[in-house]
Design a protein around this ligand. Structure first.
Ligand SMILES: Nc1ncnc2c1ncn2[C@@H]1O[C@H](COP(=O)(O)OP(=O)(O)O)[C@@H](O)[C@H]1O
Ligand SMILES: [Mg+2]
Length: 236
C-alpha cells in the first residue's frame, strides 16, 4: 500500500494552460500515467468540454478516461457539441453555466489523486460575470500550468502567472510542453521562461506525438507530488 492509500479523500489539483491547445490533456495524461506508475489510484475530471468527435464524444474525455479507466460521463459530465467556447456552446443548447452548477459535478469517490482539467486558458468565461478560474480560487485547488512552448508563449505564460498570483491560488509549477518539432531558439526560450516565471519547472515534455514516455511521466508525477505535499492542501 502506498503512503496515500489509507487516505480516501482525493488530493485535487487543477491543470490550466497558456491557451487552448497548449497541451493540457497531453500533460494531464502524462501526470495520471506517472501517478499510476507510482502506485496511486487516480481519477480525472474534465467538467466542461465543447466539441465532439464523429462518435459524439469529446476527445479530451476519451484521452483521460483511457488512462484512468473511468466512464466518459464520469470524466466529463458537461459536454456541448459545438466546437466553440463552452459558455457559448452551452447557450446554443439553451443552458447557462454557473459556479454553483460546477460544484454539483464534483464526484464523491475514493481515488487518491483527482486531476481537474480546465478548458481553454485560465480566464475561461462561464457566464456574464463568472469564470472557471473563480471555481479554482473558491476551492483553493493547487494549479499546474501547462506552457505550450511556441512563439508567443512568454507573453501568454507571464500573463497567466501574473493572474494566478493575483488570484492567490497555490501554484505547483509549470510544465514546458514543446508543441512543435522545429522551434527556433528553443533552449533560449526555455531558459528565458524559467528566469521570468520563477516557478518550479515540473518537467519539460519534448515534442512526441505518441505521448510522453514512462520515464518522463514518472519524473513529472514525482515533481508534482512533491509540490502538492508542499502546498499541503485538502479541499474537497
Ligand atoms: N509534447 C507534445 N508533442 C506532440 N504533440 C503534442 C504535445 N503536446 C500536445 N500535443 C498535441 O497538440 C494538440 C493539443 O494538445 P491538447 O493536450 O489537446 O491541448 P489542450 O488540452 O490544452 O487543448 C493535440 O493534438 C496533442 O496531441
Ligand atoms: Mg484538453
Amino acid at each position: 500500500m502506498t503512503d496515500a492509500a489509507s487516505n480516501t479523500r482525493p488530493q485535487r489539483f487543477f491543470v490550466t494552460g497558456t491557451d487552448t491547445d497548449a497541451g493540457k490533456t497531453y500533460c494531464s495524461s502524462a501526470i495520471l500515467r506517472g501517478l499510476q506508475l507510482l502506485g496511486y489510484h487516480c481519477s480525472a475530471l474534465k467538467p466542461l468540454a465543447s466539441g465532439v468527435d464523429h462518435d459524439g464524444n469529446n476527445a479530451d474525455a476519451k484521452a483521460l478516461a483511457a488512462v484512468t479507466g473511468q466512464s466518459l460521463s464520469a470524466v466529463n459530465p458537461l459536454c456541448f457539441s459545438l466546437p466553440t467556447a463552452p459558455h457559448l456552446a452551452a447557450l446554443a443548447q439553451g443552458q447557462t453555466l454557473s459556479l454553483h452548477q460546477l460544484d454539483t459535478l464534483l464526484p464523491q469517490h475514493n481515488s487518491q489523486f483527482e486531476l481537474i482539467e480546465g478548458a481553454g486558458g485560465w480566464l475561461l468565461p462561464l457566464n456574464a460575470t463568472e469564470y472557471l478560474a473563480d471555481w479554482v480560487v473558491r476551492h483553493q485547488w493547487p494549479v499546474a500550468l501547462v506552457v505550450g512552448v511556441k512563439l508567443g508563449c512568454l507573453n501568454h505564460s507571464l500573463l497567466t502567472v501574473r493572474e494566478l498570483r493575483r488570484a492567490g491560488v497555490p501554484i505547483l509549477g509549470y510544465i514546458a510542453n514543446i508543441l512543435t518539432p522545429d522551434m527556433h531558439y528553443l533552449a533560449e526560450t526555455l531558459a528565458d521562461l524559467s528566469n521570468r516565471l520563477q516557478l518550479r519547472q515540473l518537467a519539460t515534455l519534448p515534442f512526441s506525438p505518441d505521448g510522453a514516455d514512462d520515464a518522463l511521466c514518472l519524473q513529472l508525477a514525482v515533481a508534482l507530488k512533491q509540490q502538492l505535499a508542499a502546498s499541503n492542501h485538502s479541499d474537497q
